[in-house]
Design a protein around this ligand. Sequence first.
Ligand SMILES: CCCCCCCC/C=C\CCCCCCCC(=O)SCCNC(=O)CCNC(=O)[C@H](O)C(C)(C)COP(=O)(O)OP(=O)(O)OC[C@H]1O[C@@H](n2cnc3c(N)ncnc32)[C@H](O)[C@@H]1OP(=O)(O)O
Length: 172
Amino acid sequence: MTSLEDLISTWAAKFRTHPDGSRLPAHHAACLGCGENNPHGHHLRVHREGDGVVARHTFDERHVGAPGIAHGGAVAAVVDDFYGFLLYLTDGPAVTRNLVLDYLAPVLLGVEYELRANITRTEGRKLFVEATMSEVATSRRVVCSTALFLKVDVGHFLQGEPTGSFGQGSGQ
Ligand SMILES: CCCCCCCC/C=C\CCCCCCCC(=O)SCCNC(=O)CCNC(=O)[C@H](O)C(C)(C)COP(=O)(O)OP(=O)(O)OC[C@H]1O[C@@H](n2cnc3c(N)ncnc32)[C@H](O)[C@@H]1OP(=O)(O)O
């Protein structure tokens, strides 16, 4: 099992210059949104594009709400975690304080979507961000979102302790 101290040291090392177009590292190997070792996870693969981030994602039967349609909570989890990659383009960690989603159209299982997010403005500790999700084949927008992230120091993460056995891995 990975200790929290190990997690913090690997995560802090991810705040560095990421070249435009490069793949950004997972938050950690067990992360629900992007961890390679989480069997319930979304396994997001996110790249930097300019000052923003971009990803392609397909929901599957694990994420079903109404038949054939992704559960809104699963969609929110993906968008929330996706925002977490914008943090690598800033000077340190932050956490979600406020998350707003407009579900413009059903997000369908087995259909590929493109996510895009960027920081709209910063005010002290506050990072205001926005995101969209659009069907790749048609460019039809199905979700738009805004959120507020608040910068935190390492003490924030010491409130939790890793559990379970799938926390190991590179987190890449
Ligand atoms: C280098 C070390 C690295 C360590 C890394 C360790 C491993 C990390 C691994 C993996 C990380 C993964 C990261 C991405 C994952 C995806 C994102 C998530 O899922 S994050 C989880 C969900 N979020 C939470 O659990 C937050 C829970 N909330 C809190 O803990 C607190 O509320 C917190 C820290 C966010 C803020 O608490 P306060 O007490 O510091 O802040 P207050 O004073 O209440 O507000 C600050 C300012 O914000 C304004 N504010 C608050 N809400 C607002 C709103 N809705 N709109 C506008 N302003 C608002 C307030 O008015 C205030 O403004 P004024 O400073 O007075 O100007």
